[in-house]
Design a binder for this molecule. Sequence first.
Ligand SMILES: Nc1ncnc2c1ncn2[C@@H]1O[C@H](COP(=O)(O)OP(=O)(O)OP(=O)(O)O)[C@@H](O)[C@H]1O
Ligand SMILES: [Mg+2]
Length: 249
Amino acid sequence: MNLLELKSIGHVYLGRAVLDGISLTVADGEMVALVGPSGCGKSTLAQIAAGLVTARHGQVTRSYRHSAFVFQEPRLLPWATVGANVGLGLAGVAASRREKCDKIAAACRRVSLDEADWQKFPSQLSGGMRQRTAIARALVGDPDFIYFDEPFTALDAALRRRMQDLVIACVANTGTGGLFITHDIQEALRICHRIAVLDRRGQGILDCVSVPDAPGQRSDELVFETARRLLRDHPLFSVVEECDERRIA
Ligand SMILES: Nc1ncnc2c1ncn2[C@@H]1O[C@H](COP(=O)(O)OP(=O)(O)OP(=O)(O)O)[C@@H](O)[C@H]1O
Ligand SMILES: [Mg+2]
């Protein structure tokens, strides 16, 4: 069963077409990576898929029960503590105060936030801690579909790997599906079942590459070698490297 179906999505910002003719599906228990040059419309597409932005053209069909979104920036409430921010992910969930506190504590532990930090405010956190708080807020409500928009960019290499493992385990253990935007091909190869490459002007998915074996069962050597080969040989992946504003800057 498909949890998400995008058909011929098109969008326009300020009279300029940002997306055109994008079709993509995500199946039950599948994590699909979305890669493409900076500014090609990845975040816009994810927000359209999640229902946060209404597409000008096309059709979105969502068959999941409950979704969560990890944005490119943490988007925490500055006047709320870590615990209260994570608790926002439980808004509307019928549970006792005790149960909610237990869920919040478990979510914080999953993203390696120490108990001493749960009463801190966002201004008292490092960039990586803020991002982990945002990830905990997404996980706390046990979503069956998660949108990740470059969620690990603020994390150091070790923590980034731990968070990648958390996503892999989440998908393998609970059948969660999702869309995972990243600029890091190795990250996409570690976490995802398929990689969709968006054209540099957001005009269609150039292609989808299926990654062999299940996420979590791929060795570092395989991931490294496959990334090197894709970037060298595959015309789709050269597009990700081209025109990246952050590289040019
Ligand atoms: N709210 C908005 N109003 C007007 N233009 C917008 C808006 N949001 C995005 N855009 C424009 O749409 C285009 C696609 O932006 P988007 O953020 O989706 O790209 P992206 O692929 O996620 O880039 P990055 O990899 O840098 O995050 C860009 O040209 C951007 O300037
Ligand atoms: Mg973006």
